[in-house]
Design a protein around this ligand. Structure first.
Ligand code: GCO
Ligand code: MG
Length: 402
């Protein structure tokens, strides 16, 4: 079997997605997600103009060799655009191999390590009362772990507060919106929110929270300490993580479990965080961190250091990525949890998939390969429309991490 070519499909069923479809001489095709929120067309061009011509006539079973060829062969290494493009090829090759051997991808990754993939959903509210209602709603849907975000009094636009009940989508059409942020108000408010959550819901429910890269290490230490009694499952992205050693300072001040990694694109972004045991969960994803092949290596390095996986699974990661994540999650020993932000019905219709949710768990299904397809005719009805994530400024106008 040989790779004969491929296509990059850009569509926007509710939001933008970039999908790679690789074709082979035996008529089997594989899919890979290549969506990089707000920078979609850069990856589409990287694949279309620079990667697809290199793949023709290669053996699709040589997954590791193709990965190394694309990574080392470019000379220029790493970075989100490159690693998302490599991830898309890698994911499509695993899909092809599974389909060709007639088995789900998880069987190629060592087989099932568990019966289902524990997921967390997103409850949020524009007031504490509405956040409580949203948590209750998620509980009724069967979720056993819930991330809670809430509007902060006095802050015009806190991170993570959606418009609807189930679909939080931060990217918006047109040019980037500007939001305003105040760390002071947030730090005062966050412990109050979790106090209320534990009073209303007790300690059976796993609760998570995302600080979305907005604090300094010492602020994160302060917050973590105050949240300890509310037993968070994790505090996510307390600070931007370019400075990995910055996490030492957080660890010196709090035992709150820390999760990091949704913007990482390779093991080099988290090697120190893992080997110095500065984090508890590594959140790298199939689509942005070099595919299933590279994610397995990160997980293998994390395992002896007691770091568990907790892959990013927001709506900007397509159902193709979600399917791939679930095959990874169900097989890897040191799996922790999977984020599951539901896609809209429009997105699900374009990407029919075998994975299912029940009782707080996702199941990858038993289809050969990844168990996800793209309805290209339907996709064509949703052409790409430029959209961006918001940007952020402090109340005095200084640019801040969003
Ligand atoms: C999460 C994330 C997302 C990101 C989004 C950016 O934890 O799910 O922080 O909400 O902001 O994926 O594209
Ligand atoms: Mg996050």
């Amino acid at each position: 079997m040989k790779i004969t070519g491929g296509r990059v499909i850009v569509c926007s069923p509710g939001r933008n997605f970039v999908t790679l479809k690789l074709e082979t001489s035996e008529g089997i095709h594989g899919l890979g997600d290549a969506t990089l929120n707000g920078r979609e067309l850069a990856v589409a061009s990287y694949l279309q103009d620079h990667v697809l011509p290199l793949l023709v006539d290669r053996d699709p079973f040589a997954i590791e060799d193709i990965w190394q060829y694309l990574y080392k062969g470019a000379y220029w290494r790493r970075g989100p655009v490159t690693m998302t493009a490599i991830a898309a090829v890698d994911t499509a090759l695993w899909d092809i191999k599974g389909k060709s051997l007639g088995t789900p991808v998880y069987n190629l990754l060592g087989g099932r390590s568990r019966t289902g993939v524990l997921v967390y959903g997103h409850a949020n509210g524009d007031s504490v009362d509405n956040a409580m209602r949203a948590v209750e709603h998620y509980r009724e849907l069967g979720y056993r772990a819930i991330r809670v975000q809430c509007a902060v009094p006095g802050v015009p636009s806190a991170y993570g507060v959606g418009k609807g009940d189930l679909y939080y989508e931060p990217a918006a059409r047109g040019l980037p919106q500007e939001q305003i942020w105040s760390t002071d108000e947030y730090l005062r408010f966050a412990p109050v929110l979790f106090e209320r959550l534990r009073t209303e819901f007790g300690f059976d429910l796993r609760l998570l929270h995302d600080a979305h890269h907005r604090l300094t290490p010492i602020e994160a230490g302060w917050l973590g300490k105050r949240l300890e009694d509310y037993r968070l499952f994790w505090l996510e992205d307390p600070v931007p993580a370019e400075l990995q050693e910055g996490y030492r300072l957080i660890r010196q001040h709090t035992t709150v479990p820390i999760a990091v990694g949704e913007v990482f694109d390779s093991v080099y972004d988290c090697l120190q965080l893992i080997t110095e045991q500065l984090i508890d969960y590594i959140r790298t994803t199939v689509v942005h961190a070099g595919g299933i092949t590279h994610l397995r290596k990160i997980a293998a390095i994390a395992e002896p250091y007691h770091v568990l996986t907790g892959s990013h699974g927001a709506t900007d990661l397509s159902p193709v990525c979600m399917a791939a994540a679930l095959h990874f999650d169900i097989s890897v020993h040191n799996f922790g949890i999977q984020e599951y932000m539901r896609h809209t019905p429009e997105t699900d219709a374009v990407f029919p998939h075998a994975y299912t949710f029940s009782d707080g768990y996702l199941h990858p299904g038993d289809e050969p390969g990844l168990g996800v397809e793209i309805d290209e005719e339907l996709a064509e009805r949703y052409p790409y429309r430029p959209a961006y994530l918001p940007t952020n400024r402090r109340v005095d106008g200084t640019v801040h991490s969003w």
